[in-house]
Design a protein around this ligand. Structure first.
Ligand code: ATP
Ligand code: MG
Length: 424
């Protein structure tokens, strides 16, 4: 036998028993985005490598070591998108979406990062992204935080997730803080791990984000950006926290929250859980007012977040939820009955468009057909055997309830099912 071909490491099939959970999540996301006045945008999965280098930043984990980059047949360097914000901004610029207008956009789809696969961390994973353009105030930040919070409630996850926020100030404030920070870490250079020593010159703020337990005491002692902010930035942040307080949202200010991408300024936030170990961040975002200019557009305020769908699914798995089950499974015996069953299934789908009707396809004794019916979780079996065909009847067998089998005229079937649906 030839060798089986398997899926690529870190890239997973979502099997039929799990897709109902995904659909539940996708529907909840679409509903909440709709409620808040957001419109969906869909971007290609492949972009010029340049786009990600220029936006995410050359000295970030993503660009340094995680991107799927390849040359296409024309010799152009392309990359599978590792995240959606850059593509969304590229699309907005390309189609003039930022010209004198405000945009509230959302998208969903696969992202690709060459990371070490583990629970909650994959090489192909899925994000929902929300991006807002043209709004500079903290109220839109409050809006998207409230929106994510509403989604958690809808999914029954409100108790599992907590919010951390921080501010990175303006780019000027960050530049001067950067010097303070470098001076601080320089004094203890030998306590820094290899990655952090490298970042000392390239991206010192990222040292604050290090998960290395040996560096935590040092990081704890580092000066805080929050303490060296100017009035305007302070005001912005305080207004946001006041809005969150008014809305009854619990949050913790985490001065070490810096986020892994270069384009953030002012507000950053993360929703985390303790239930997924090291992969505890479910949703992360913030303001990125400089990105559009950086990519060749006019300065445009922007704010957004991305949430990791696999991590949410892992949390949702623990909740009670039920897969959709058929209302009826139609069993039949004989050629004539098979033909009649096929058209009966169609007329039921016409009459009861919200119900799931499954027709038995293939051969099999009545007994084995009932077994299959039961396995689908169907509530009823509709029976069309020789006797039923002769008398223009159908049999109804209740598969989940302790009730006698019923014989009906075929023309009474719709009314009967409608009644059952109403009673519940
Ligand atoms: P982490 O700290 O977990 O590596 P990140 O800062 O790299 O996350 P972002 O780029 O902000 O993540 O992406 C937003 C969200 O997407 C994350 O909070 C997480 O839920 C999810 N995510 C990121 N990388 C992966 C991955 N490799 N597999 C599954 N989900 C991911
Ligand atoms: Mg990461």
């Amino acid at each position: 036998m030839s060798k089986k071909i398997l899926a690529i490491r870190g890239m997973h099939d979502i099997l039929p028993q799990r897709t109902p959970l995904w659909q539940l999540l996708e529907t909840a996301v679409a509903d909440v985005c709709h409620q808040y006045g957001f419109s969906e945008i869909r971007m290609p999965i492949v972009e010029s490598t340049d786009l990600f280098c220029r936006s995410i930043g050359e000295v970030t984990d993503i660009v340094e070591k995680e991107m799927y980059t390849f040359e296409d047949r024309n010799g152009d360097s392309l990359s599978l998108r590792p995240e959606g914000t850059a593509s969304c901004v590229r699309a907005g610029l390309e189609h003039g979406l930022f010209h004198n207008q405000v945009q509230r956009l959302w998208y969903q789809g696969p992202m690709f990062r060459h990371e070490r696969p583990q629970k909650g961390r994959y090489r192909q994973f899925h994000q929902v992204g929300v991006e807002c353009f043209g709004m500079a105030g903290p109220e839109i930040e409050a809006e998207i935080i409230l929106m994510s919070s509403r989604l958690w409630k809808k999914l029954g996850l409100a108790d599992e997730l907590s919010l951390e926020i921080n501010t990175l100030g303006s780019s000027e404030e960050r530049a001067s803080y950067r010097e303070t920070l470098v001076a601080f870490f320089e004094k203890s250079r030998d306590l820094l791990d290899e990655d952090s020593q490298r970042r000392l010159t390239s991206n010192p703020l990222r040292i604050l984000d290090s998960k290395n337990p040996k560096m935590q005491t040092l990081i704890e002692q580092a000066p805080r950006l929050l303490d060296s902010l100017g009035e305007a930035s302070k005001q912005h942040f305080e207004t946001l926290t006041a809005y969150l307080g008014d809305a009854g949202i619990n949050y913790k200010i985490n001065p070490r929250l810096v986020r892994g991408l270069d384009y953030y300024s002012h507000t950053v936030f993360e929703w985390t859980t303790t239930l997924l170990g090291a992969q505890g961040t479910v949703c992360a975002g913030g303001r990125y007012d400089s990105l559009i200019e950086q990519l060749g557009g006019r300065a445009t305020p922007a704010v957004g977040f991305a949430l990791g769908m696999e991590r949410l699914i892992l949390l949702m798995k623990e909740q009670k939820w039920s897969a959709p089950q058929p209302l009826a499974y139609i069993v039949h015996q004989g050629e004539l009955a098979k033909k009649r069953a096929l058209s009966m299934a169609e007329s039921l789908r016409e009459a009861l468009p919200d119900s799931r009707i499954v027709l038995h396809c293939g051969e099999g004794s009545m007994k084995s057909q009932f077994k299959k019916a039961d396995k689908t979780g169907a509530r009823l079996a509709i029976i069309l055997a020789e006797q039923e065909i002769e008398q223009a009847q159908v049999g109804i067998k209740f598969l989940r309830e302790d009730k006698e089998q019923v014989q009906l005229g075929q023309n009474e079937l719709n009314d009967f099912l409608n009644k059952i649906l109403k009673v519940g």
